[in-house]
Write a protein that binds this ligand. Sequence first.
Ligand code: AMP
Length: 121
Amino acid sequence: MTYDAGNVFARILRGEIPCGKVHETAMSLAFHDINPQAPTHVLVIPKGAYVSWADFSAKASEAEIVDFVRAVGEVARMVGAEAPGYRLLANHGPDSHQEVPHLHVHVFAGRPLGPMLKRPG
Ligand code: AMP
């Protein structure tokens, strides 16, 4: 999938639309999800143009990968989620229902989060 530079997270990175910034590193940005699904719902994105985990894991530099993985952990610590616990989620592709085609890891926390996936039926 080709990267669409008009996606909403690319626009946030360019400063064209605002975000509720939680954390920023040289290569990553974290901000509050606009439609939170838990008391704490933060999105962590790489600053580079990567569509999803598939793209990022294949093409990102080691420095970008280290920065991003550490940023996710730092965000969870910063929002006080490390002791009570948190859930990470990254969607890739149609079956996952990925809506924004720029890699993002969701950090959910702030209440018991229940079973991992809704069971069919
Ligand atoms: P996904 O389904 O994994 O692609 O998740 C996309 C997420 O981006 C959803 O949880 C949306 O609520 C969130 N989102 C969409 N637009 C914005 C925005 N402008 N600022 C923050 N979060 C957003």
